[in-house]
Ligand binder design. Sequence first.
Ligand code: SAH
Ligand code: AVI
Length: 326
Amino acid sequence: MTAPIEPSVRVLLDPDWASSSLVEDVRRGLSQHPRTLPPKWLYDDRGSELFDEITRLPEYYPFDAERSILKEHAYEIVTASRATTLVELGSGTSEKTRLLLDAFTEAGQLTSFSPVDVSERTLRDAAALIAKRYPGVHVAAVVGDFTLHLAHLPRGSRRMIAFLGGTIGNLYLEERRAFLGALADQLEPGDSLLLGTDLVKSADRLIAAYDDARGVTDAFIRNSLVVLNRELGADFDVDAFSYVPFWDPHMERMDLRLRSEVPQRVAIPGADVVLDLAVGDEIRVEISTKFRLSELAAELEHAGFGVTSVWTDPMDEFALTLATKP
Ligand code: SAH
Ligand code: AVI
């Protein structure tokens, strides 16, 4: 038996990325109203484990909904894309991606796979597993930030960029526009984007998904404070906050916050910030925007893509859109 080919791993994040870029984010975000932290900081090793646990919760429908679309339509998707390189942004464990890889294998179409993620441990583990499982595919992982490193994506053959899970909904509107525009600029004619988006639905269904009975999402959001304590020497008392998830019907997004339960002063020496919080003061840790298909198509077209096809799950809860660079 031949030994599996090891994946290559390119690290685009500076060794001090976590602390230096986090300093800027903390200074800017915590001086805004509401105080805000960017969600990419949720994914240290513990955060990635907690997200993985979230995907197995009965209340968290997006994972299963997207998987059901891939189970049904992966072959159609990959053949429509005519791609020979699959790049996955925010790849995490790449668990659902195997359905695409299986379809690519069946179609005899794929030569390389590049997962891209800020969470290095999770990325390395996922890349090693995939290299072992798909020995004919060259696996070239990239430890990088998809808001910064799009110019470094592999090129040279027809690409499909998969951005699954609804992670695009974690970007603010301006960031999302900038991201889609920058991605379209980087792609060659014929390259495509496979975009997973969670769709607008009843507030009850949404709140249940982000306020699960076992408290895993609470632990995931709260872990952002543990990251600040570790990376910036902050002294957040993680238990002095409560988790407050709510549906914002105007912005059509979940808004996931931590609320101070006591008056407290928090020192964040690594960012030279002192935070005075009264009872009830909140820090927004993540948003999760939900989409309407007609608006999404207009947004993609505005960014420079042409929408080729859209697939939804049987309950119309989640969508996968294949958009092509003309
Ligand atoms: N695509 C997977 C994982 C979604 S979780 C799925 O569908 O289940 C979101 C993933 O995006 C995490 O692995 C996180 O580490 C990664 N991520 C978040 N912000 C990122 C950024 N700015 N650049 C690269 N990866 C990012
Ligand atoms: C990764 N992202 C799409 C998840 C979401 O649903 O917005 C992150 C998450 N936050 C809480 N639960 C899941």
